[in-house]
Design a protein around this ligand. Structure first.
Ligand SMILES: Cc1cc2nc3c(=O)[nH]c(=O)nc-3n(C[C@H](O)[C@H](O)[C@H](O)COP(=O)(O)OP(=O)(O)OC[C@H]3O[C@@H](n4cnc5c(N)ncnc54)[C@H](O)[C@@H]3O)c2cc1C
Length: 298
């Protein structure tokens, strides 16, 4: 007799789908499906679904805009949560303080804060992602980072416990934070009043800089490697003669060597092979081990 396994998410069918392609939800547009794809419509649904994962030993992943992500061709044999329901996209202004859900798109947030005459997140111009992903990765660059304006972060542990992390105990470092909880649910940031035209001018300048230095209109996942202390990963890859180097449909960008561009037909395994070659060549030349910035699932 064949025993059919009970659905671990029974009663949550409005929020849970099975075997969902993740490709369309990533910037790269490559990679396999998720065994479970969960889009909770509120905190209670998120708590319940997360508890079910814990009880059933289902590995959990949290997806933002998939802008810093490489999903393997086999996909993810676990539950991928995406906080994209309008509940997670709310934004509330209170003078210079802005409270928002984790699903808010960072680029749309910049537009809204500029209109309100609030400065402080122009440094995120041209960085695709959600507030959740932006905080988890402490998104930013030479013009500043997200962590600098964060006052409070609402988080949730796997067992559904909700708590707050505040500025005094938060540490934001280069592409990382000390937030250990699995889920970032929302945040409050503190901005500064300024003239909207001036903020817009600054935002445009930063965006132009990014457009001129990064292959923004290609399929990629941002920087593949973190910059080693005091050095540029892109320059090291360039010096190793790898600009334009290809494996299958994956190519080291000619514009910025720390980006791997996916051409039509590219697989996640093409990107992984290229990542390995880059690491080996840079190590051969400089004895420097490049650490991944991109998150690789599983
Ligand atoms: C063209 C391009 C340019 C880029 N330029 C930059 C740049 O200049 N600077 C920079 O810092 N980054 C850059 N990136 C990378 C990317 O934009 C950032 O890392 C961004 O913050 C990712 O956000 P996301 O919502 O897409 O997260 P995802 O890529 O979906 O996820 C990234 C990580 O965050 C976690 N995560 C996402 N949401 C949540 C949540 N709600 N709770 C808990 N964890 C969560 C994921 O589990 C994963 O570990 C670039 C990417 C692209 C495609």
């Amino acid at each position: 007799m064949i025993m059919k396994m009970a659905n671990p998410f029974s009663g949550l069918s409005e929020a849970v789908e099975e075997n969902v392609a993740l490709k369309p939800f990533t910037w790269y547009k490559i990679g396999g499906p998720a065994r479970w794809f969960i889009r909770p419509r509120n905190v209670e649904e998120l708590q319940e679904a997360s508890k079910r994962c814990l009880e059933n030993n289902i590995p959990v992943y949290v997806l933002g805009l998939g802008a810093n992500l490489l999903v393997s061709d086999e996909g993810v044999n676990g539950a991928v949560f995406r906080l994209d329901h309008e509940f997670w996209r709310r934004v509330k202004f209170d003078k210079t303080s802005v409270e928002m859900g984790a699903g808010v798109d960072m680029q749309k947030l910049i537009v809204r804060t500029v209109r309100q005459g609030l400065a402080g997140i122009e440094c995120l111009a041209g960085i695709p992602g959600t507030v959740g992903g932006g905080i988890r990765m402490n998104a930013g660059g030479k013009f500043g980072d997200f962590g600098a304006v964060v006052q409070k972060v609402h988080v949730m542990a796997d067992d559904g416990t909700l708590f707050e992390r505040t500025k005094d105990d938060l540490v934001f470092e280069y592409r990382s934070t000390n937030i250990a909880a699995r889920f970032i649910l929302g945040a409050t940031i503190e901005l500064e009043e300024d003239d909207p035209d001036r903020i817009m001018k600054r935002t445009k300048e930063i965006w132009m800089y990014k457009r001129n230095t990064q292959p923004l209109n290609t399929k990629n996942c941002g920087c593949i490697f973190k910059n080693p202390r005091g050095l540029s990963a892109g320059a090291l890859i360039d010096q190793a003669g790898l600009k334009g180097f290809k494996v299958g449909g994956a190519e080291v960008s000619e514009k910025h060597a720390n980006f791997i561009v996916a051409h039509p037909g590219c697989s996640a395994s093409d990107v992984m092979k290229l990542v390995k070659i880059i690491r080996e060549k840079v190590f051969e030349k400089n004895e420097i081990h490049l650490e991944s910035e991109v998150q690789i699932w599983p």
